[in-house]
Write a protein that binds this ligand. Structure first.
Ligand code: FAD
Length: 500
């Protein structure tokens, strides 16, 4: 006898993960599914998570979301990258920008030529060859011009900053228009079937919500995946020492920066996320090295505008679920794991998890091969990002606090050790599979963190020195001319997507 088709989807949690899931599944799965989302106003959402990476534009496209409408609704701004301040040494400043750092020259990545120029005494930073970096430094922005495919202006990569609460409301509207039913209430019991799979959740007021597939978006508590199904958790505190964040919004100031800023502090770092109506700020720190009071005082002393609310502390354990999909339950968002916010990756991980769920969507019963594939792909994705995040802490010369001494001297995963060794010898970079951060990201962060290769690819020596100089000058001048054509970020927003 064949099992009945899987039709009833229950999403537990209405934060960013829950509403992204509701919006995506109702848009992508087609008709015939009953999707219900349970959330509790009393518990509320984590309320942070306001910076993204460029792949979110693909999510918007897949769901038919109009970018200007989305930015107007969420008080959003554009993000060209992240500026890192004081990370390798106090006084350092570099940009991890989205998009290309110059094009490859023939078969060779541009950075080998840059390393040769540097060896010959040229002091131009890597960012001089990145359109996004140059635009960010001048607070300029425009979208990629599809009609200029051969110009750098045809390849501007952007992401967004937005208000997390408004983003959930925006997605809720999208999902409800596509038939998703919202159920208000606190889950007080999770009912299991005989085989251990989930059958239903019972709410405080007695209502029972039954389903065939459950998406756990209940946040850090992992109500279904951990508290009920005991998926297990890999604790990464030995590699990622930060385990708390204190967050506070402050008044907006001019100019409106088109990038996130991450400033290193004595026991962690501080984020600054510019929105149209306010700036989101937070101090991510290690409770082993700093008290909450100290962390809060440091944050409040470094705001650009007046604080708009009381600071709020969010404790977390950096790590991942050992299994993200167990029986008929898949965990998304904070329920699936959390590194820490340094490279703004968690919303992206919700997006890729959703695309993976759609591609492996069960027909009737659960298929163990599908579940194993889902878990393997997700684990790979998490662990590659984890290594990139650890790099930011470990590759430092700072010795001015016990925290930085710990980070500089701590053990790191073998997979990161291998990447560092390849880069340190001859500047070699390889993307593992389709890991999120490609060569251009590793390059900018490695160089920004002062990891200096001893050599470069021998092919870079083949170009005569005057030709190399002329090429470098030509690229830099072209990029600077392109930036001149771009409007100020603020002006672009005013013209296209200012909130009413
Ligand atoms: P939550 O927002 O916590 O939502 C959980 C939901 O579950 C809520 O609706 C709650 O009411 C519901 N719920 C829980 N228990 C019950 C119950 N018993 N009954 C009914 N409902 C229940 N990501 C990025 O991509 N970029 C960033 O810049 C970024 N910054 C971050 C900074 C910090 C300090 C933290 C902690 C995270 C950050 N993240 C960031 C991650 C991002 O915030 C989350 O991935 C995202 O908000 C998703 O959260 P969530 O929906 O999983 O959880």
């Amino acid at each position: 006898m064949t099992s009945p088709l899987l039709r009833r989807i229950v999403i537990v949690g209405g934060g960013t993960a829950g509403w992204m899931a509701a919006a995506a599944l109702s848009s992508l799965l087609g008709p015939g599914y009953e999707i219900r989302l349970v959330e509790s106003d009393e518990i509320g959402t984590v309320g942070v998570g306001e910076a993204t990476v460029p792949y979110i534009t693909e999510f918007n496209e897949a769901l038919g979301i109009d970018e200007n409408e989305f930015l107007r609704f969420t008080q959003g701004t554009f993000k060209l990258g992240i500026e890192f301040v004081d990370w390798a040494r106090l006084g350092d400043r570099y940009m991890h920008a989205f998009g290309q750092v110059a094009q490859d020259i023939g078969a060779l990545p541009f950075h080998h030529y840059w390393l040769r120029l540097r060896a010959q005494g040229d002091t131009r930073p890597l960012g001089a060859y990145s359109l996004n970096t140059l635009a960010a430094q001048q607070c300029k922005f425009m979208r990629s011009r599809q009609d200029l495919p051969n110009s750098p202006l045809g390849a501007i990569a952007h992401a967004f900053h937005f208000d997390a609460g408004l983003y959930a409301r925006f997605l809720r509207r999208h999902a409800e228009q596509r038939g998703v039913q919202r159920v208000e209430g606190k889950v007080v019991e999770v009912q299991q079937r005989e085989d251990g799979g989930l059958a239903a959740v019972r709410l405080e007021r007695g209502e029972v919500v039954a389903g065939d597939l459950f998406i756990d978006c209940s946040g850090l508590r992992g109500l279904l995946i951990e508290q009920t199904l005991k998926a297990g958790y890999d604790d990464w505190r030995h590699w990622l020492p930060c385990d708390r964040a204190v967050a506070v919004p402050c008044a907006a100031v001019q100019p409106l920066l088109p990038y996130t800023r991450a400033t290193a502090r004595p026991a962690g770092w501080q984020w600054r996320i510019p929105l149209q109506h306010r700036i989101g700020n937070g101090h991510v720190f290690s409770s082993r090295f700093m008290s909450e009071d100290e962390a809060t005082a440091l944050l409040l002393a470094h705001l650009d505008g007046e604080a708009l609310a009381a600071p709020r502390t969010i404790p977390f354990v950096p790590g991942q679920r050992q299994r993200f999909w167990v029986k008929n339950c898949v965990a998304l968002g904070l329920a699936a794991g959390f590194f820490e916010p340094i490279e703004s990756t968690n919303i992206h991980l919700i997006q890729t998890a959703l695309m993976r769920i759609v591609s492996l969507f069960p027909r009737a019963g659960m298929d163990e091969a599908d579940i194993a594939e889902y878990n393997a792909q997700t684990r790979f994705e998490y662990e590659r990002i984890r290594d990139f995040v650890i790099l930011h802490y470990h590759a430092t010369e700072r010795s001015d606090s016990p925290f930085w001494n710990h980070c500089r001297t701590m053990e790191i995963p073998d997979s990161l050790q291998r990447k560092l060794a390849l880069f340190r010898s001859n500047g070699r970079l390889f993307r593992d599979g389709d890991e999120l951060f490609a060569e251009q990201s590793w390059l900018q962060v490695l160089i920004g963190q002062r990891v200096a290769p001893r050599g470069y690819h021998p092919m870079a020596d083949a170009m005569p020195a005057p030709q190399l100089q002329a090429m470098a000058n030509g690229i830099e001048q072209l990029l600077r001319r392109c930036v001149e054509l771009m409007p100020p970020h603020e002006e672009f927003i005013r013209a296209q997507c200012a909130a009413p």
